[in-house]
Design a protein around this ligand. Structure first.
Ligand code: SF4
Length: 518
């Protein structure tokens, strides 16, 4: 699959110069001065530093300048100035990065806002409207109700002059509904201070602009166990209404958990946080028998979203232990799945994380050792530990079929394929997602830098400078929409051509527990 998100050339323009520069438009003299000082203070030297141009106050001047700019051969445009806050939760000095202004979409806004926040600045994304007069109190509420976050008097015509080239808008809030124009002096100072502090980030944004290829790993994103677990919570919410208690995160992804929380799911660490008699959902990672017993003792109605492939490992642990084996569980300490599996046969199961742990293992009977694996391990890493077990205990029993699940294996194979062709790989997933972290490690082992990101806002601009091919995948718990969001944000830095490398296709589906079947 190849899809190109084009970066149209400006109408009537000539071919771009070899190293097209960055134009920072600042309408007022004091705004241009704040930006210049911010660039100077940062002391960042570039062979092609941005040009900061004062473009004049108000829509009429902005439109006149825009008419000239559209014929200029700059590579990317940043608009920086102060603006009037429309939302009541804004404060003077807050930075608003425009997701769109007028008819122009500023797709890189999430990346830019994330970079500003990492620089310690109060930044958020939102829609910016350009008006031809100062906004008074009653009009603020009306514009806010229409979904605008900030009003200014120049951005829309200036952004249109970018004519398809990368464009971003940063407006520092000078006045708000609670600090209206009467307080504009103190608010204006706070805004100029933020604008100055944002200037080095604007320069990094410019350095990250450029056309790129994105290679998508296939398969990626949700597996059958995660889809099933999410559907279980959604169905319980539909049937019983909120609150619906879920022990631990249903799957290890902040977006998924946040989305379900907003619909009434309540995630708890332990069952003592669940009221007597309530319904509780067990997460996809599984629980130990002790947790099930406690739920029964408390009279809780349990709906089990444990992935069937995790349940399979639990059953193997019980079977080996019943046959008198010492079970070496290859996995990571503290992971919920590991805790659940260890709890199935606590007297017979020992966690081994490394070959050194294997050397230290003291089984009851060296002829009766078996091993099992956490489902989301790195295939290579687990093979090393399993090899050490086979070497030390030649009669060691292996699981009947692979414990590392199909989804983990498939995503590692797929990401290895794109890593081989990429300058860097972005892995969508949360920090506590084991299979997502393993994808990063798989790339690094293949010699390609890789970064774990929850979303586009976590992309650091320095990663992208000079990078022309980006591999992109998502862990088994990361929603497909995040991948789309990342591609869209990258396209705001320049044209992006998207291709997919499919190493296998998946068709596995798991049935739902009887409590939520329709
Ligand atoms: S990653 Fe594997 S074990 Fe975990 S939920 Fe998905 S299919 Fe199940």
């Amino acid at each position: 699959m190849t899809e190109t998100i084009p970066r149209p050339r400006p109408q009537g323009s000539q071919a771009a110069p070899a190293t097209p520069g960055t134009l920072i438009c600042a309408p007022l003299r004091i705004e241009a001065r704040a930006v210049r000082r911010g660039l100077e203070a940062a002391g960042e030297h570039s062979a092609n530093p941005p040009e900061v141009r004062r473009t004049g106050y108000g829509t009429t001047r902005a439109a006149r300048v825009a008419g000239q700019l559209s014929h200029e051969p700059f590579g990317q445009m940043m608009i920086m100035g102060v603006g009037g806050g429309l939302s009541t939760d804004l404060s003077p000095g807050d930075l608003v990065v425009g997701t769109g202004v007028g008819a122009v979409t500023c797709a890189s806004a999430p990346i830019l806002a994330g970079e500003l926040r990492r620089a310690g600045l109060p930044a958020r994304t939102g829609r910016i409207t350009t008006v031809d007069h100062l906004v008074r109190r009653s009009q603020r509420a009306k514009l806010a109700a229409e979904g605008w976050l900030v009003a200014d008097m120049e951005s829309a015509p200036l952004a249109a002059a970018a004519a398809g080239r990368p464009v971003a808008v940063i407006r520092a809030v000078s006045d708000t509904p609670h600090h209206p124009l009467a307080g504009i002096v103190s608010g204006g100072l706070a805004a100029l201070h933020s604008l100055r502090a944002a200037a080095p980030v604007a320069q990094r944004w410019a350095a990250a602009c450029g056309t790129r290829q994105v290679l998508l790993a296939g398969p990626r994103s949700f597996c059958a166990g995660v889809e099933r677990a999410i559907e279980i919570v959604e169905r319980v919410l539909e049937r019983q209404g909120p609150p619906v208690y879920v022990r631990k995160q249903i799957v290890h992804n902040t977006r998924v958990v946040g989305g379900l929380e907003s619909r009434g799911a309540v995630f708890v660490d332990e069952l003592d946080q669940v009221p007597d008699g309530a319904t509780v959902v067990f997460s996809a990672h599984g629980v130990s028998p002790m947790v099930r017993e406690e739920a029964a003792r408390r009279g809780l109605a349990v709906i089990d979203a444990t992935c069937p492939l995790v349940s399979k490992v639990h059953a193997e642990a019980r079977r080996f232990a019943a046959d008198g084996y010492t079970v070496a569980l290859i996995g990571h300490a503290g992971h919920e799945e590991v805790e659940g599996t260890l709890g199935e046969a606590p007297g017979s199961t020992v966690l081994v994380q490394t070959a050194a742990d294997v050397a230290a293992l003291r089984p009851r009977d060296g002829e009766r050792v078996a091993y099992l694996m956490q489902t989301t391990l790195s295939v290579d890493e687990a093979a090393e530990v399993a090899g050490a077990l086979r070497e030390r205990f030649p009669a060691v029993r292996a699981p009947g079929s692979d414990d590392i699940c199909y989804a983990t294996t498939n995503r590692q194979v797929a990401v290895r394929a794109v890593a081989a062709e990429s300058d860097l790989v972005l892995v969508a997933g949360s920090a506590n997602s084991s299979n997502s972290v393993r994808l990063v490690e798989t790339c690094e082992r293949a010699g390609t830098p890789a970064y774990l990101i929850d979303g586009a806002e976590d992309i650091q601009l320095d990663w992208l400078a000079g990078v022309s091919t980006i591999g992109l995948t998502a862990g088994a718990s990361a929603p497909p929409a995040v991948v789309e969001e990342i591609i869209s944000a990258l396209s705001g830095l320049g044209g992006v051509s998207v291709s997919e490398r499919v190493t296998t296709t998946e068709s596995i589906r798991f049935g739902l527990p009887k409590e939520v079947r329709r």
